[in-house]
Design a protein around this ligand. Structure first.
Ligand code: DON
Length: 617
């Protein structure tokens, strides 16, 4: 469909936006109003939203509405996904972005699939020790807040490439809703007002952030209208001229000027050189419940797909009863411990290091790795080293020595959304600014900039500031390199047919949340919403403990402690330069779509942990 969006569509979207939180469109329904870390799950929806044709599941009702409107007007899932991504850049500023990067996994109804990598890159002036002071100590703030934490953004180039390759609409048409939302504004939700309050310490440090997101210090209240005229102008220029405007035009000029003025590293050359990549989808096949399942997932520079396949391989043949069974949690946590040890040693930007993907995802290696798990007792992370990955019949190379260890941090935010259209084309998309509101710097061009530099190994052997991840030297900062990611957009096929579209934000917990959603659907046969609602847990090798959602009962904590695990149920995140202190009950925000194998209906399962919304038609 190559057609201009009618002004009626724009008017309809505006009306919808201004009517928020009114009744949703189509046959969809909004998930419950339970802000993250505030409410227990009793009020969460029990059943996925059903619809015969298309479905969009995102963090934000407005984002889902934009997607569904594009589908209703004949756009395909890629058109809708690109429209949603631009719209979330307006209405979900903590994570939706044009100043960050991400991944988009596409599986077309024809059976073709592709993975778009628009991960940010390190600027040309970046260097290995740029965050290490004269005293040899890591400056943890410099890699997460302010101009020096910003990597070269990839989102605009990646979205344009995905649209041009597999979409059917013009960029101006899919961007029209985002432009309207930025120009005419949208109602601030309670969730957004709360997030802006939490992030005030960081946002107030930067004049444009303070002006736009803190209402020049007066703060936004739920129900206020947030307009973003600078962002609207930038989006209009991109809609008119394409991604080249962002990387070589007026937007590039504005960005480069402010970088030069404030000690940032990004230059004209960095922007002009940025290239999104189309990579081969990572795949694995399993038998479960009498069906053949194919998992399509993220290749490096994501670590997530490799980790997930390694985990699923290790868990093959292991009986899993569910998450009220301590034994099942024990085995999965021990599996996670090992995949994260391997992640630390082997994963990095595949364009610059040789990542042993085939060996890490090989069934023989998984069997050896799984054999090191004691079914009745927790290992210690000190004794679990990275393994010696190899393919069946090929001898192992000597293992990379896992680096030394220190202590962890925690952080937010990224966003995952899923789209399925009437023809059965599917998109799983995860994109991010890294931390919530990224570097907290808003460009004069009206958009927030990422702090993705912290995903590099900022100091070998020392965990990164936001997520406490130990990572290898291969992920060290180097110009043009992509920092290692955990983002794991994933699509499952059952007996060759589209079955489940999933993914999550959450730094390293992305891998666990996405893996658990896949296990819930493929291995445990849960209903789609149940697969999203089910409680989550995470073990990332170091720190040596299982982090569990607060809903797990104390008896589960005790049962795991009895097996030797350190356990943390819910956790407090300390205040930082960027944000106020906060208590976390939950991890991940999985916005998934299942397909009913009997009826073909789309089952929209947005994550109620933070007001996700699935809409269908
Ligand atoms: O790419 C990554 O793995 C991180 N930058 C993702 C950050 C994230 O998910 C923050 N969380 N909610």
């Amino acid at each position: 469909m190559k057609q201009s969006l009618k002004s009626t569509m724009i008017a309809a979207l505006l009306l919808l936006a201004s009517a928020m939180p009114a009744a949703p469109l189509g046959s969809g329904q909004a998930a419950s109003n339970s802000p993250d870390d505030a409410e227990a799950p009793q009020a969460w929806p029990r059943q996925a939203v059903r619809a015969p044709r298309g479905m969009v599941a995102t963090d934000e009702a407005i984002g889902s509405r934009v997607g569904i409107e594009i589908l209703k007007r004949g756009g395909n899932a890629v058109d809708a996904a690109v429209a949603v991504a631009f719209a979330l850049a307006v209405v979900e500023p903590r994570a939706g972005n044009i100043g960050g990067g991400g991944f988009m996994l596409i599986r077309l109804a024809s059976g073709k699939s592709a993975f778009f990598d628009y991960r940010e890159t390190a600027p040309g002036k970046a260097s290995r020790n740029m965050y290490i002071g004269k005293d040899g100590k890591l400056d943890e703030e410099a890699s997460v807040i302010g101009y020096r934490s910003v990597a070269v953004p990839g989102t605009v180039a990646g979205l344009e490439l995905a649209l041009r390759t597999y979409g059917t609409m013009k960029i101006a048409d899919v961007m029209a809703p985002a432009i309207q939302l930025a120009q005419d504004g949208f109602p601030v939700s309670e969730k957004l007002a709360r997030q802006l309050q939490e992030e005030r310490p960081g946002l107030q440090l930067f004049p444009m952030s303070r002006k736009i997101f803190l209402n020049a210090g007066r703060m936004w209240k739920a129900g206020d209208t947030l307009t973003q005229p600078q962002l609207a102008a930038t989006l209009k220029r991109i809609a008119k001229k394409g991604a080249v405007e962002f990387y070589r035009g007026e937007t590039a000029r504005m960005l480069v000027d402010e970088m030069a003025r404030h000690g940032g590293l990004i230059t004209r050359e960095d922007l002009a050189r940025y290239t999104p990549k189309v990579r081969e989808v990572l795949r694995a096949t399993y038998e479960s419940g009498g069906h053949t399942w194919e998992v399509l997932t993220a290749p490096p520079p994501s670590s997530g797909g490799v980790a997930m396949i390694e985990a699923l391989n290790m868990l093959q043949g292991v009986p899993l009863k569910g998450w009220d069974d301590p034994q099942s949690i024990h085995v999965v946590a021990e599996t996670m411990r090992r995949i994260f040890a391997d992640r630390a040693a082997f994963l990095a930007d595949p364009d610059f290091s040789s990542v042993p993907v085939a060996a890490l995802t090989d069934a023989c290696y998984a069997r050896e790795r799984a054999a090191t798990i004691d079914p009745s007792k927790a290992s210690t992370s000190k004794e679990v080293r990275a393994g010696s990955p190899h393919e069946c019949g090929v001898p192992a190379n000597p293992a990379a020595a896992p680096p030394r260890v220190a202590t962890p941090g925690e952080g937010h935010h990224t966003t995952h959304f899923s789209v399925v259209d009437a023809a059965g084309n599917a998109v799983a998309s995860t994109y991010t600014l890294n931390d919530s509101f990224g570097s907290h710097v808003t460009s004069t061009a009206g958009f927030l900039l990422n702090d993705e530099m912290d995903d590099f190994t900022t100091q070998p052997g020392v965990p990164n500031a936001l997520f406490g991840l130990i990572q290898s030297d291969a992920n060290a900062i180097s110009p043009g390199h992509r920092p290692l990611s955990s983002m794991t957009p994933t699509i499952l096929l059952r007996d060759g047919k589209l079955s489940f579209v999933t993914g999550s934000p959450g730094g390293p917990t992305i891998i666990s949340a996405t893996l658990l959603s896949v296990i819930n659907w493929m291995r445990l046969g849960m209903e789609a919403q149940a697969a999203v609602n089910a409680p989550r847990f995470h073990q990332q090798w170091f720190p040596d403990r299982i982090r569990m959602e607060a809903e797990f009962p104390e008896s589960m904590e005790q049962a795991l402690r009895a097996r030797g695990h350190e356990v943390q149920r819910g956790w407090r995140e300390a205040p930082s330069l960027g944000h106020e202190a906060r208590w976390h009950r939950h991890m991940g925000l999985v916005n998934a779509i299942g397909i009913d194998p009997q009826t073909g209906e789309r089952l929209g399962a947005a994550d109620p942990r933070d007001d996700g919304t699935a809409l269908g038609y």
